[in-house]
Design a binder for this molecule. Structure first.
Ligand code: PRP
Ligand code: URA
Length: 206
């Protein structure tokens, strides 16, 4: 399943994010805000259990989240997606996965992964703003499944149709939540119209 946000705030913030004149500080702020909005949509089906609390006026029946959530940012561009989401879900664990895309072969190269032997969470949210060829997302989900993760969702900002098709073919059980599905990949594997290099634009490199 692919979910493309229809929320006006997402559309507005995405337009600012794409703009070449948006500087790294603003770019990071927008990534943070978009991530929170997308996470809100991606977590709409999480399980809750009844919880009764005492208010100043009496007893109220409410709910609490039951699943332990893992946030899996893909370094480095995924890092900017963690902060806002983890503020919203302070109980979530954060497990970093380091991958970069070899610019010649476009294949993902793994350089960091420190997951514990057994999975500690029930729901994993993979955070990476860009789903281009899909190589990095497939490799990340492969790692999480080998770890024993059962329920995985991908939360990204922009995707190319090619990347969506690749992730769905490899992992049809992983829902994909996005701000927007763009037109195509160019000859060097960049999303068009896209926003350029998400890591470089966040951290002022490149
Ligand atoms: C970007 C992006 C994804 C990957 C997407 O990372 O954040 O991880 O490319 O491309 P793919 O779908 O073709 O695999 P990049 O390799 O630029 O690393 P960085 O975040 O360290 O800059
Ligand atoms: N990685 C990016 O940061 N941007 C793209 O368009 C593709 C991969």
């Amino acid at each position: 399943m692919v979910f493309e946000s229809q929320h006006p705030l997402v559309k507005h913030k995405l337009t600012m994010l794409r703009d070449t004149s948006t500087k790294p500080k603003k770019f990071r702020e927008l990534i943070r805000e978009l991530s929170m909005l997308l996470c809100y949509e991606a977590t709409a089906d999480l399980s809750t259990a009844p919880l009764e609390v005492e208010t100043p006026m009496g007893r109220a029946m409410g709910s609490e989240l039951v699943d332990k959530i893992g946030l899996i940012p893909v370094l480095r561009a995924g890092l900017g997606m963690v902060e806002g989401i983890s503020e919203m879900m302070p109980g979530a664990e954060v497990w970093h996965i380091g991958l970069y895309r070899d610019e010649k072969t476009l294949k993902p190269v793994s350089y960091y992964n420190k997951l514990p032997t057994l999975p500690t969470v029930q729901v994993c949210l993979v955070l990476d703003p860009m789903l281009a060829t899909g190589g990095s997302a497939v490799a990340t989900v492969d790692i999480l499944k080998r770890w024993g993760a059962r329920r995985i969702k991908f939360v990204g900002i922009l995707a190319a149709p090619e990347g969506i098709a690749r992730l769905q073919a490899a992992h049809p059980d992983v829902p994909i939540h996005l701000a927007h599905i763009d037109d195509h990949l160019n000859e060097i594997g960049y999303i068009v119209p896209g926003l350029g290099d998400a890591g470089d634009r966040q951290y002022g490199t490149g």
